[in-house]
Design a protein around this ligand. Sequence first.
Ligand code: HEC
Length: 125
Amino acid sequence: MKAATAISVASVLILTAGGARAQSAESGERTFNQQCKSCHTVEKGGPSPLGPNLFGVIGRKAGSAPGFASSDAMKKSGITWDEASLADYLKDPKAKVPDGKMVFAGLKRPAQLADVIAYLRKATQ
Ligand code: HEC
């Protein structure tokens, strides 16, 4: 095996070892801008264009964003948002909150989902 091949094989092994992959808020921000920003803002006191402003969402009761008419389904979901419930919801919104009004198919790629949550953690508090 040539040295260059050995090196690239080794780096692939390192990158995939045990699924260890740092979450990237930067890549999450790109995904957010492409897939969420048309409906959501993250900054304090930001507008709620189509969906609720997400400032302070982690630790907040679902459906309680100020200045936004959340659905009854969201208000009654009993969820308090943490990283696990956000991941569950954003993977498949209609499965988690069946009568909710977020029209979004869900983030199906686990790495993309983790990155968006890393971004939310950083940008919404
Ligand atoms: C087409 C508009 C739209 C898109 C795109 C969208 N959302 Fe939403 N989102 C909504 C609406 C509307 C609600 C309110 C749902 C309800 O009350 O049932 C919501 C609710 C939420 C909530 C719960 C907020 C709360 O206070 O309970 C979170 C978190 C959220 N969205 C995150 C995201 C993220 C992250 C993305 C991108 C991956 C995204 N949304 C994409 C419209 C959208």
